[in-house]
Write a protein that binds this ligand. Structure first.
Ligand SMILES: Cc1ncc(COP(=O)(O)O)c(C=O)c1O
Length: 311
C-alpha cells in the first residue's frame, strides 16, 4: 500500500487569497461598485482558492498517495488552478473540459504539466462529471475533488473570500452579485455576508441565453465559466434573492469597457458581473454599497469573441 502524503506549500501558494477590493466609479451612471479582484490570484482566477483548499484537505485526510492523479471536470479555470497547485506540490492532474472552453485554458493547464481530455459540450457539465466518476470507478489512483458538490468549496469562500469582503467593506454591504459555475463563490460569500447583515441582498448573475434560475432552457452563450447547462447542488444551498440576466453582448461590451476605461484586464464573466451589479446599484440608489467579483484574467480569452474586433 503506497504511503499517504502531505507536501509543503511552496511560496507561490501563499499568494492565493487576500485579494484587493477595488472601487470602480461609473461617472455616467453615478454609481460606485466594489469589485473583489480575484483575477490577481497566482494562476489568474478565483479558483485558486478552491484548488488549494481541496488538495490540502485531501492531504490532511490521507487521500493522496505518491501515485495519485487529481481528476476534475471543469470549465477550465478550476483545471488551471488544480494544475498550478498540483505543480507546486508535485501531484499529477488530469482535467476533463468541455470542447467549447477557450483553447488558452488547455494550453495553461498543459503548461503547468497537467493533461486535458475534452468532452462534447452539448450535454453540459453533467456529461463530464459522469466521465470523472466512471474513470475513478475503474482506477483507484484517481482523486476527485468534486467541485460541484464539495461542501468545502462554499465553506472556503465563506471563511476567506466572504470574510475578506466584510473586513474590506468595514462590515457595510447592501448587495452581493456573482455568477455561478459551481455556485461556491455566491453560496459561501452570501453566507458570510448574511451572518453579519441578515438583510443583505444576494443576486445571481446568469447569462440571458442560459437563464436556468429564471426557469429558462440553457442555450449557447459567451460568458465562459458560468452557467454550464447545470444547476449545481451547492447553488441550491445559496439563499438568492433574485437572478439578474445579462446578455453575452452586454457582458463583452462591459469587459472591454473595464479594460479600456479602468485598466482592468479581466475575463467575460467579470464584465457580466459588473453589468448585473450596476443594474442592482441603480435600483438601490447612489449611496448603495454593492460588491461583485472580477473572476479571472483576460489573457485566457484571446481566441474568443472578447478579442474579436468584429463582435
Ligand atoms: C470565469 C469564471 N467566472 C465565474 C465562475 C463561478 O465561480 P463558482 O464556481 O464559484 O460559482 C467560474 C467558475 O469556474 C469561472 O471560471
Amino acid at each position: 500500500m503506497p504511503s499517504t502524503l502531505r507536501r509543503p506549500r511552496l511560496p507561490v501558494l501563499s499568494l492565493i487569497g487576500n485579494t484587493p477590493l477595488v472601487p470602480i466609479h461609473f461617472r455616467d451612471e453615478n454609481r460606485t461598485l466594489y469589485a473583489k479582484a480575484e483575477f490577481l490570484n497566482p494562476s489568474g482566477s478565483v479558483k485558486d482558492r478552491l484548488a488549494l483548499c481541496v488538495i490540502e484537505d485531501a492531504e490532511e485526510r490521507g487521500l493522496l498517495r505518491e501515485n495519485s492523479v487529481i481528476l476534475e471536470c471543469t470549465s477550465g479555470n478550476t483545471g488551471i488552478s488544480l494544475a498550478m497547485v498540483g505543480a507546486a506540490k508535485g501531484y499529477k492532474v488530469k482535467i476533463l473540459m468541455s470542447d467549447t472552453a477557450s483553447v488558452e485554458r488547455r494550453y495553461l493547464i498543459e503548461q503547468f504539466g497537467g493533461t486535458v481530455q475534452l468532452f462534447k459540450a452539448t450535454a453540459g457539465y453533467g456529461t463530464g462529471i459522469a466521465m470523472t466518476r466512471d474513470l475513478a470507478a475503474k482506477d483507484d489512483r484517481y482523486f476527485l475533488p468534486c467541485q460541484f458538490e464539495n461542501l468545502l468549496n462554499a465553506q472556503d469562500h465563506e471563511e476567506h473570500t466572504g470574510r475578506e469582503i466584510i473586513s474590506q467593506m468595514h462590515g457595510i454591504v447592501d448587495a452581493f452579485v456573482a455568477g455561478y459555475g459551481t455556485g461556491g463563490t455566491i453560496t459561501g460569500c452570501g453566507r458570510a455576508l448574511r451572518a453579519v447583515n441578515p438583510s443583505v441582498k444576494i443576486y445571481a448573475m446568469e447569462p440571458a441565453e442560459a437563464a436556468m434560475l429564471s426557469g429558462e432552457m440553457p442555450c449557447c452563450h459567451s460568458i465562459e465559466g458560468v452557467a454550464g447547462g447545470y444547476v449545481p447542488p451547492l447553488l441550491r444551498m445559496a439563499h438568492i434573492d433574485a437572478p439578474v440576466k445579462v446578455t453575452s453582448t452586454a457582458a463583452i461590451a462591459m469587459t472591454r469597457r473595464l479594460s479600456r476605461e479602468y485598466g482592468l484586464l479581466v475575463g467575460t464573466s467579470s464584465g457580466a458581473n459588473v453589468v448585473a451589479a450596476l443594474r442592482v446599484a441603480q435600483d438601490l440608489g447612489p449611496e448603495s454599497r454593492v460588491v461583485t467579483v472580477l473572476c479571472d484574467r483576460a489573457e485566457r480569452y484571446y481566441s474568443t469573441k472578447l478579442f474579436s474586433p468584429y463582435n
